[in-house]
Write a protein that binds this ligand. Structure first.
Ligand code: BDR
Ligand code: CA
Length: 327
């Protein structure tokens, strides 16, 4: 049985790769995409989601624009990382499909129907607004898998904060404090292991075709950013790991804990994982700290390019060209 999923996202280069993976995964029925302001504003994110749906010939999936601003903080976008348009300044043509408004209501309506999971790839503002509006219906959601936060890894927005949770820490707090929905935190500790290396990008280029060309095009800007920012060759693709983990629980391992977040001051956005049980509070999340990056990369490439399994295998099995070549 397919699991019904809403993907709540801020596309975003790595969000777009996550959407492509989800749309190629038979275990998931994407019943809709909601967008939130993060990498770009939520209306631009919706346009980008539609570009991905057009690429994948899946324009029947509805896209809902969600919240424009974080609960309390001023919005800070990541156009330095993802480009002005959010897709690496590739300026693909927009799909000619109606974009809907009311992402929060769409989430609640479907929560009420039951059997809904959320894969959250951006700030948690939409989810926070949804729980503020109708806690009972929100808590009918089966599960939330969220890309965000950090445990032992350093942050990517400050020394201690990850971008999605740093953009709207108050939104995260609402979820940590009020939600009864099982919550998994696919944090930087695991996503930093997921690097689309130059060799893998070259493999995708050699595979060719529309989807391959899109991936090569949109990641160009991201690769340049990674080199300038942290001397990584290639790019860290955080969001597809949340989708992969949703599909296959053996890809990441972790532990449950009481989770909290810092909402002001120098450490704003830092996630607090109470491994020492200092706060003596009920565990409210699962923190993923170990990842099988080879397994992820095989899944990611084979699902997107099912006709090229042999070539993928040649590259992934060659220690000189494989997943961790540059690290
Ligand atoms: C997260 O921030 C965004 O820039 C990415 O899309 C990802 O969701 C990583 O910190
Ligand atoms: Ca994202």
């Amino acid at each position: 049985m397919k699991k019904k999923v809403i993907i709540d996202c801020d596309p975003g280069i790595d969000d777009s790769l996550a959407l492509i993976l989800a749309l190629n995964s038979p275990e998931i029925e994407v019943i809709g995409i909601t967008t939130v302001s993060g990498n770009v504003k939520s209306d631009q994110g919706a346009k980008n989601a539609l570009k991905v749906l057009k690429l994948m010939n899946r324009e029947a999936i509805p896209v809902y624009i969600g919240e424009e601003f974080p609960l309390i903080r001023e919005l800070i976008t990541a156009q330095d990382t993802h480009g002005e348009d959010g897709l690496g300044e590739t300026n693909y043509a927009e799909a000619n499909v109606k974009i809907h408004y009311g992402g929060v209501d769409f989430i609640l309506e479907n929560a009420k129907k039951g059997d809904l999971s959320i894969i959250a790839l951006g700030p948690l503002t939409n989810l926070a607004k949804a729980i503020e509006k109708d806690e009972l219906s929100f808590n009918m959601i089966n599960e939330i898998v969220s890309m965000g936060g950090a445990f032992k890894s350093h942050g990517n927005c400050s020394q201690v904060a990850e971008f999605n949770y740093w953009v709207d820490p108050h939104g995260v707090k609402e979820i940590f404090y009020k939600s009864k929905v099982p919550f998994s935190m696919v944090c930087l500790d695991v996503t930093r292991e997921i690097v689309l290396t130059p060799n893998l990008i070259e493999l995708i280029k050699q595979i060719g075709g529309d989807v391959a060309n899109f991936i090569v095009d949109v990641t160009r800007f991201y690769v340049d950013f990674h080199w300038k920012q942290e001397k990584t060759l290639g790019c860290v693709i955080n969001d597809p790991l949340a989708v992969a983990y949703f599909i296959d629980r053996s890809i990441c391992e972790g532990f449950t804990s009481y989770l909290d977040i810092v909402t002001d001051g120098i450490a704003i956005g830092q996630t607090l994982v109470d491994i020492g049980e200092f706060y003596k509070k009920e565990h409210n999340g699962l923190v993923l700290t170990k990842v099988n990056s080879d397994k992820f990369m095989k899944m990611f490439l084979e699902r997107i390019f099912p006709d090229n399994k042999e070539d993928i295998e040649i590259v992934l099995n060659n220690p000189r060209y494989g997943v961790n070549n540059f690290r």
